[in-house]
Design a protein around this ligand. Structure first.
Ligand code: PA5
Length: 475
């Protein structure tokens, strides 16, 4: 992707928070005075994030990913080329932060029916992300791939996540039975030294592996090899993705909330949350951006959903992310957003120019209800509906703001991801919580170990058995 200074300016994503303000929402909006009263908090949050950039011990290594990966990127591009030549399918085995990013980038930047395209029209092998242990899904994946002609990217920082490791056991067994050397068809993305995938690699005589560095947590890992290898395999320009992230980083340099878009978004969300707006809807008006909502839901929920501050005070903060798709959910959830409780902030992702316009031909001239559509394009229609929904919400006094993407491409997606990561880090700093841990997820992982008889979890197992369903309450 050619990125002249002029082109970068054209592709700059912007935050439009008009519809959060009392000027447009009346009494339900946020006043200039309130934003100004939070300027210091925002400045401090910015200072916290800035002064801890790149610190592995604080899980802030992700801030440097746009800058420190040139060797890794070169290696990934070479490997991706080999994979494209050698395999018919590429399967990511991972979950949570090890899967949501690859799915999101694939859907955003590849053809929406990529796997259905003939090989000559695809930039890489068929692509699948298996982020569940639904037995039907696993079995039915095996119905459509030939394991011998498939490259499996096992992504797990810990190498101890039951879901991913169960999938690995199934796949490695199948490869063995097919007489394939596992090393030929498997790539690991994992911790550098710790973790079971490191041991497994050693036992197998050295599996091609990418490192997920200590300071990069799962949900902040899309711009690391976790996301970059799958993306490169599908022909996505990963250098442009990283350049987009670096560009947004620059746009967010200022500690002045009025000059830093991610800091403004975090501040507005913080103010809204303090006022009981504990639901955050993300509504992209683009099928390509649909899974950004899934990726963002994890980032926002797992990072902010905490019960204790950094200085040990109980807090119970966070905002429940809701995924919606424009226009589809206008015909499903928007009724609730417009007339239901005042407990939400709606974030729209709007697209300035879609890669297809798709003209709507004239027709049905005797039926005015239909005829007016002729001569427009589907791009005009979706943009009008986006604007109309924001307008209707605003008229109903509902907090909403828009992130405008001039186009959906690698450079704008990179900007968007970094914007959300910074916004999350700033918001966490405002709440004074540990944005980067996930004790609630770990608790569930451990309970699963206990239920399936992992040694060392016997006590928890007996506790779990006691907590099982009480027949008195089953009808
Ligand atoms: O964000 C996170 O840290 C989690 O969602 C993890 O990515 C997820 O639990 C998978 O963990 P692992 O990569 O260790 O298999």
């Amino acid at each position: 992707m050619k990125l002249t200074d002029e082109r970068r300016k054209e592709l700059r994503i912007t935050l439009d928070y008009t519809n959060m303000t009392d000027k447009y929402l009346g009494g339900k909006g946020i006043s200039e005075k309130t934003i100004s009263a939070h300027k210091k908090l925002a400045k401090n949050a910015h200072a916290y994030v800035n002064s801890n950039r790149g610190k592995d011990e604080l899980f802030m290594g992700w801030t440097e990913l746009p800058y420190n990966q040139s060797e890794i990127v070169a290696d990934i591009l070479t490997t991706a080329k080999v994979i494209r030549r050698s395999f018919d399918a590429f399967v990511v085995l991972g979950i949570g932060g090890s899967a949501l990013g690859p799915s999101m980038a694939f859907n955003a930047l590849c053809h929406l029916h990529y796997n259905d395209l003939p090989k000559s029209k695809r930039k890489g092998p068929k692509f699948y992300v298996e982020d569940n242990v639904d037995p039907v899904r696993m079995k039915e994946l095996l119905d459509v791939i030939d394991v011998e002609r498939t490259c499996f990217n096992v992504i797990s920082k810990s190498g101890a996540t039951s879901e991913t490791m169960a999938q690995y056991l199934i796949i490695s067994d199948l490869l063995k039975k097919a007489g394939v050397n596992i090393r030929e068809n498997v790539i690991f993305t994992t911790d550098a030294k710790r973790g079971n995938l490191v041991k497994i690699s050693r036992e197998l005589g050295g599996v091609k592996s990418y490192v997920l560095s200590d300071g990069v947590g799962g949900r902040f890992s899309e711009l690391s090899p976790v996301g970059l290898l799958p993306a490169a395999v599908c022909g996505i320009d990963i250098k442009a993705l990283l350049k987009g992230a670096a560009f947004m980083d620059k746009l967010c340099k200022s500690s002045d909330v009025y000059k830093n878009p991610a800091l403004m978004a975090a501040t507005l969300q913080y103010i809204a949350m303090q006022d009981g707006k504990n639901i955050g809807v993300l509504m992209p008006y683009s099928d390509n951006l649909r899974y950004v909502s899934d990726w963002y839901a994890q980032l926002w929920a797992e990072s902010l959903g905490k019960n204790v501050t950094l200085d040990g005070k109980p807090c119970h903060v966070g905002q429940t992310p809701v995924k919606a798709l424009g226009v589809t959910d206008q015909h499903s959830q928007v009724q609730l957003y417009t007339e239901g409780p005042f407990d939400k902030v709606v974030t729209f992702l709007s697209v300035g120019s879609y890669k297809e316009k798709t003209p709507i031909p004239h027709g049905c001239e005797n039926i005015p209800d239909v005829a007016f559509l002729g001569g427009h394009t589907m791009e005009e229609l979706i943009q009008a509906e986006n604007k109309a929904t924001a307008y209707a919400l605003t008229k109903a006094g509902r907090l909403n703001y828009t992130i405008n993407l001039p186009e959906v491409n690698e450079f704008t997606l990179g900007q968007l991801l970094f914007f959300f990561e910074l916004q999350t880090a700033y918001a966490g700093a405002m709440f004074n919580i540990d944005t980067f841990n996930q004790p609630g997820v770990e608790a569930g992982k451990k309970a699963t170990f206990a239920l399936l008889g992992k040694p060392g979890y016997e006590l928890q197992r007996s506790d779990l058995e006691k907590a099982s369903s009480d027949p008195d309450y089953i009808i």
